[in-house]
Write a protein that binds this ligand. Structure first.
Ligand SMILES: [Zn+2]
Length: 74
């Protein structure tokens, strides 16, 4: 393990960390619905990947119905 020889100021460490930045994810157009999605991931809008449906995406109405059902129970 490397050993720290000298203490340095908070500012010095913070100055170094100003270069740590999050980069924007690579976005591509979905071939199915044309909306922007992350590359190499299932489309969150239509659930398609590589030209076939992998995941079922609930419509807004379905989500609403589910939510109301949940509220009735509690
Ligand atoms: Zn899509």
């Amino acid at each position: 393990m490397p050993k720290v020889k000298h203490r340095h100021s908070k500012a010095r460490g913070r100055k170094r960390r100003t270069h740590y930045k999050a980069t924007a994810p690579a976005m591509v157009k979905c071939t199915q619905c044309g909306k922007l999605k992350k590359s190499h991931e299932i489309c969150p809008h239509c659930g398609y990947y590589d030209g076939r449906q992998v995941k079922r995406i609930e419509t807004i109405e379905e989500r609403k119905a589910k939510r109301e059902k949940k509220q009735k129970r509690s």
